[in-house]
Design a protein around this ligand. Structure first.
Ligand SMILES: Nc1ncnc2c1ncn2[C@@H]1O[C@H](COP(=O)(O)OP(=O)(O)OP(=O)(O)O)[C@@H](O)[C@H]1O
Length: 301
């Protein structure tokens, strides 16, 4: 079983002409945990990850994997697996052929190709041309590429983008498994809500600088549990339907505040009772409020 090593960013800085994309970024990502690398679009996440992977030269500072820069690693593909956003695949080539090319270039056992395809759930589509793949299937193929060398460190840029609900559920469990195996898992996202169920640690950046790091719980506002707000032109009938379904709720000015149920479950209760619903949405969680306060205005969150 491969063991993870820490990823360390030390004073990492990148300027593109007048644009300070990343400024003096320092933090360590520990093995055995899933770390969320979060920030609004344009915050500098991709540039930081590209510097970590030796694809962009830093203006100053360093990013290392187990104390070594990517380009100095003896065996990069078996040390770190990466799936960056907008990975390009030749549309006419099958998933299996793509991975075979990578395996050959990285001197990886060709048997790993089918193992990696199996892990990400693409076995039955392995011989299909990638040009016909959905965005979610491409994401899975990118992940299979990252897993090819069975590395102890995984760096995934926005891996949840484009996945359907089943895919999202799968990847959440998958990230947890990788970390439980002792690997170092760094996952970027511009949405806290997308990763909050799978990360242990968060590193938050905005405008290229570090604004917060710590366990996910460090973002918690006391007493703030996620609730769903639902309303109806006939609030009384809706309250009666919720009571009949033994739902726990309170009547607020903005509508009926329901705890412990998902929006879809509440919608179903109203539907079965024949009650019209005029609004149905999740109340912003305490975590998200903290996140928004940290990254400030201008984020597409
Ligand atoms: N090659 C480049 N030349 C000039 N500016 C760049 C280049 N790459 C990134 N930038 C700028 O650096 C800043 C950070 O971009 P980056 O893509 O790293 O952010 P991000 O957090 O990954 O956002 P996104 O989620 O949208 O990819 C942005 O202002 C971007 O316009």
């Amino acid at each position: 079983m491969p063991t993870g090593v820490p990823i360390e960013f030390a004073g990492l800085t990148k300027r593109f002409g007048p644009v300070a994309a990343v400024s003096d970024l320092s933090f360590t990502v520990e093995p055995g945990r899933v770390t969320g690398f979060l920030g609004p679009n344009g915050a500098g996440k991709t540039t930081s990850l590209r510097m970590l992977l030796g694809l962009v030269a830093p203006t100053s500072g360093s990013a290392t994997i187990g104390g070594t820069r990517y380009r100095d690693l003896a065996s990069p593909l078996t040390t770190v697996g990466a799936a960056l956003e907008a990975a390009s695949f030749h549309p006419g080539r099958s998933a299996r052929d793509h991975l075979r090319v990578y395996a050959q270039a990285g001197r990886i056992d060709p048997q790993r190709v089918d193992i990696a395809l199996g892990i990400v759930g693409l076995s039955e589509y392995a011989n299909r041309r990638v040009g016909g793949y959905s965005l979610g299937m491409r994401q899975r193929l990118g992940l299979a590429g990252a897993l090819l060398g069975d590395p102890g460190v995984l760096v995934l840029d926005e891996p949840i983008n484009g996945l359907d609900p089943e895919g999202i559920k799968w990847i959440r469990g998958f990230l947890r498994t990788l970390a439980a195996e002792g690997r170092t898992v760094l996952v970027s996202s511009h949405l806290l809500s997308e990763v909050q169920q799978s990360v242990d640690e968060v590193v938050i950046i905005a405008r290229g600088t570090l604004v917060h790091r710590g366990p996910l719980s460090s973002l918690e506002i006391e007493g703030a549990a996620t609730k769903v707000i639902v309303d109806s032109p006939n609030r009384e009938a809706l309250a009666a339907a919720l009571t009949a379904a033994s739902a726990s709720f309170e009547i607020a000015r903005a509508g009926i505040l329901v705890s412990g149920l998902e929006p879809a479950e509440i919608g179903h209760i109203a539907f079965v009772a024949g009650v019209e619903v005029s609004s149905l949405h999740r109340q912003k969680s305490g975590l998200e409020d903290s996140f928004l306060a940290l990254v400030g205005e201008g984020g597409s969150l």
